[in-house]
Design a protein around this ligand. Structure first.
Ligand SMILES: [Fe+2]
Length: 441
């Protein structure tokens, strides 16, 4: 952006706290308001889109930037933010898509999520291969599972807490449209399956249970005309239909069984689990997406449950809440297993809050950060030796609009309505971003 351009003329993703920051800061021994639990030893990392040029055609298209805070001994030991040094950033002019339509998966913006699996820290974006990072957020390079990865990799792989396996997929606008991969606990890619779907759709995320993988084939389809204009190449299609695909884990060569559902879109499941011959999938469900303009978000996603009886094929759908909610998370130890609690960023009226859902009692509790204080995704971290599912903390970044500044905040997950346990003011604004992880020592 040029300094003379009025901010109100910019698209939403370049304004206010969506606007990128350009400085890579490093700060040590930050001041703490309240008390950081001494047993929180590790690093909280969060990825987001942060266009280095100040410009990007869509919120999802900016260069990746990781914001990280390292905790230990009750201290906020450091804060760092670093660009993910992707080839698209370090080699100006490189193109992911060649003139002949070929695709180079080593080029991407890697701006969506950051995870650790088998001792590798990976910055992810759904178009491309992962980028490996050091614990201090230096980019080590593209990672392709020793050359075995032959598709893009979703930014939302699922690590099974029982087996340690990482399950993921890649999608593409040309056949094969959808490819599933399984990496074992040691980090070796051990299974790849091409999944049959009718056409190219935007598949942002998926989910697992202890025995199944669940794909979402939903009617946001690839649009070549929008692709030619350089924008987000997807649009809603009333004719595509919508279906969930349930595929047994660890059984090579078996296609999913598909179950039709009412058309909708889901970026993010909260969790899924096996339930007495059925699978249950909870997710932030949009009634439609990008019907007119793929730059618009109507913010009308609510928590929704599908239950699929695998024997009869019966599918039931239940709206679980009325509040707009996104960025749902559960305890990592319960990914694919029955969870009672989930945490999301909810918007109602002028309020932006963290909501804790109790799916057993249908109750919920809210942490409203107050006037103009806007939370991002909250990551649950269990306390040492915890027994109760919600015995632990929620870690997140919060933006204060009036001060135009950001903090790292620790809430009690058992009682998120209580005042924050600790707050760490950060040396610079953390733009609204996407997803993150806690990397325990
Ligand atoms: Fe996402």
């Amino acid at each position: 952006m040029t300094m003379t351009e009025p901010e109100e003329k910019l698209p939403f993703h370049l304004r206010g706290n969506y606007a990128p920051v350009q400085v890579e800061e490093t700060a040590f021994d930050l001041d703490v308001i309240g008390e950081l639990p001494p047993e929180l030893c590790g690093t909280y990392l969060r990825n987001g889109a942060n266009p280095a040029s100040g410009r990007s055609p869509h919120w999802f298209a900016g260069d990746g930037m990781i914001h990280g805070i390292r905790l230990g001994d009750g201290r906020a030991q450091w804060y760092r933010n670093r660009f993910v040094q992707t080839r698209s950033l370090t080699e100006p002019g490189v193109r992911m898509i060649g003139a002949d339509g070929s695709v180079d998966r080593t080029i991407g913006v890697n701006n969506t999520h950051v995870i650790r699996h088998a001792d590798r820290i990976l910055a992810l974006v759904e178009s491309s291969f992962p980028c490996e990072l050091s614990p201090e957020l230096e980019t080590l390079g593209v990672y392709d599972y020793d050359g075995r990865l032959d598709s893009a990799m979703t930014a939302h792989p699922k690590e099974c807490p029982v087996t340690g396996e990482l399950h993921f997929f890649g999608y593409h606008w040309a056949p094969p449209y959808l490819t599933y991969h399984r990496v074992d606990a040691s980090g070796a890619l051990v299974q790849t399956e091409v999944i049959d779907v009718p056409g190219p759709t935007m598949i942002h995320d998926f989910s697992i249970t202890e025995t199944q993988v669940i794909f979402m084939d939903l009617p946001v389809v690839f649009d070549i005309e929008r692709a030619m204009t350089g924008g987000m190449p997807f649009r809603w299609d009333d004719d595509y239909g919508a279906r969930l695909g349930v595929m047994p884990r660890g059984v090579p060569g078996v296609q999913p069984t598909w179950y039709d559902i009412e058309p909708c879109y889901v970026f993010h499941p909260m969790n899924s689990f096996d339930d007495d011959g059925a699978v249950v999938l909870d997710a932030a469900r949009y009634p439609a997406l990008w019907r007119d303009d793929p730059r618009e978000f109507d913010n009308d996603s609510v928590l929704h449950r599908w239950r699929i009886d695998l024997a009869s094929g019966a599918v039931t759908e239940t709206r679980l809440d009325d509040r707009q909610m996104e960025f749902p998370r559960v305890a990592e130890s319960l990914v694919g297993l029955r969870n009672r609690f989930g945490y999301g960023v909810a918007t109602f009226g002028d309020t932006n809050a963290i909501v804790k859902y109790d799916l057993e009692t249908d109750a919920s509790s809210v942490h409203d950060f107050g006037n103009g204080r806007i939370p991002g995704e909250a990551v649950f971290v269990p306390s040492e030796g915890s027994v109760a599912e919600d015995d632990g903390w929620l870690l997140l970044f919060v933006y204060d609009k009036a001060a135009d500044s950001s903090s790292f905040v620790v809430l009690s997950a058992a009682d998120p309505t209580a005042a924050p346990i600790a707050e760490v003011p950060l040396p610079q604004r953390v733009p609204f971003g996407f997803h993150g992880s806690w990397l325990a020592d």
